[in-house]
Design a protein around this ligand. Structure first.
Ligand code: 6PG
Length: 457
């Protein structure tokens, strides 16, 4: 579906496209839908490759992992030196680096390209995150610039860097996506079980929140979700959906790589953990009997609490983007991507799942200081976070008193408080490591490493 939509989107802009699928019914449907557009369909690789202009550009939109390698393997005998393969799926960046290297040895150029925006984005303008051979980008640049989402006449696409830069940026996009989704889900829980709002009221709240500084695609779809009726039961669909969130793992990969790079991003880590915990449904049911704790409702002014929740969510959103951008900065150094973080913020402003008004401020922050190590150090964003942190603190306190889990809001606050703490109790951790394992320690008053006989004297 995404492939078909992307083909139609590209053809809408006057480019000729050939779609390949072994399933003849799909290529027939594509031909049928092509109407006056220059779209052809092929069911064999021979036919497909024969229809492409040389040097060829082939985009793969297949499930990640072995299917990507299988298609590349099948394609290779038909390709020639200078042809370009673009992997438009959510491949792991390590796989992309490996494929780029193997293909370069055979004279084939390779792009790992993140495409965000789902079915609708693919059809009417996604955010496109390509990385790989820069010389090949010029060939496809006009096509991508025309078919990407446009914000203020700027296309939501740019060449991000060499190797796996594109897939890395998409992976972090998805990590941020997981974090924002979890934050919103916690506000839902606090308003449903804490305040007792019904689905119509939740629609109204999210609809109102999706304006001004908080506005963004995820809040927009969240409000719509509360309005949707289930055709089978006539109930609101949200109330018949199982409380178990699955994943295709890109958000998890972001957390894994952040751990490898020693970059803290607890909001996103806990978002992954909460998806995993949601899957432990049997244990949760059993534990709710063994460890019962009635959930209380919010005391006092409910409207005021909802206002605080809005403010807490905004602080959490800024902190989540800050963690993701910090990971990109570290990965850019480690993998020599030379990422332009202002450009990343620019191409995320439209088409993608995490598009939000806030990205304008994020873009401005990196425009003002290209080497900004953390968004929370930007003068404007730091003021904004400080203006909202009291409400984040309040909401976290209320959630803990009510017994409603709010781990991503809590982690966002903990990240803020720890990140701005000039002193942390890590001296004790150094001392403990040294005590039980003689790992040595550093001192505040002298350089070097030291060892102490702790049990002596
Ligand atoms: C996008 C999305 C998309 C993602 C899934 C959700 O940017 O369009 O991020 O690429 O694969 O829609 O991923 P999970 O299955 O991991 O939640």
């Amino acid at each position: 579906m995404t492939g078909r939509n992307l083909v139609l989107n590209i053809a809408d802009h006057g480019y000729s496209v050939v779609g390949y699928d072994q399933d003849a019914s799909k290529t027939d449907a594509l031909r049928h839908e092509a109407a006056s557009r220059d779209i052809r369909g092929a069911t064999t690789l021979k036919e497909f490759v024969g229809l492409l202009r040389v040097p060829r550009a082939v985009m793969l939109l297949v499930p990640v992992g072995p299917p990507v390698d299988a298609v590349i393997r099948d394609l290779l005998p038909w390709l020639a030196h200078g042809d370009l393969i673009i992997d438009g799926g959510n491949s792991h960046f390590n796989d992309t680096d490996l494929r780029a290297k193997t293909l370069a040895e055979r004279g084939i150029q390779f792009f790992g390209m993140g495409v965000s925006g789902g079915e609708h984005g693919a059809r009417y303008g996604p955010s496109i995150m390509p990385g790989g051979a820069s010389e090949a980008y010029e060939r496809v640049q006009p096509i991508f610039e025309a078919s990407a989402a446009q914000v203020d006449h700027e296309p939501c696409v740019t060449w991000l860097g060499p190797g796996s830069a594109g897939h890395y940026v998409k992976m972090v996009h998805n990590g941020i996506e997981y974090g924002l989704m979890q934050l919103i889900a916690e506000t839902y829980d606090l308003m449903k079980r804490g305040v007792g709002l019904n689905d119509d009221e939740l629609y109204d709240v999210y609809n109102a929140w999706n304006t001004g500084e908080l506005a963004g695609y995820l809040l927009e779809i969240t409000s719509h979700i509360f309005r949707k009726t289930d055709e089978q039961t006539g109930k609101r669909l949200i109330d018949v959906i199982l409380d178990e969130a699955r994943q295709k793992s890109t958000g998890m990969w972001a957390s894994q790589d952040a751990m490898d790079l020693h970059v803290p991003m607890p909001t996103m880590d806990v978002a992954v953990a909460m998806r995993n915990l949601s899957g432990c449904d049997q244990e949760r049911k059993e534990a709710s009997r063994v460890l019962p704790r009635p959930i209380r409702s919010v005391d006092g002014d409910r409207q005021m609490f909802i206002g605080q929740l809005r403010s807490a969510l905004y602080a959490g959103m800024i902190i989540t983007y800050a963690q993701g951008m910090a990971l990109l900065a570290a990965a850019s150094t480690k993998h020599a991507y030379h990422l332009d973080l202002e450009a990343v913020a620019r191409i995320w402003r439209g088409g993608c799942i995490i598009r939000a008004t806030l990205l304008e401020d994020i873009r401005a922050a990196f425009r003002a200081r290209r080497d900004l190590s953390n968004l929370l150090l930007d003068p404007t964003l730091s003021k904004t976070v400080m203006a909202h942190q009291q409400n984040l603190r309040k909401v976290v306190g209320v959630a803990s008193e009510l017994g409603i889990p709010a781990p991503s809001l809590m982690m966002s606050l903990a990240y803020l408080d720890s990140g701005r703490s000039a002193w942390l109790p890590a001296n004790l951790i150094q001392a403990q490591r040294e005590y039980f394992g003689a790992h040595t320690y550093e001192r505040i008053d002298a350089k070097g490493t030291f060892h102490t006989q702790w049990e002596k004297g």
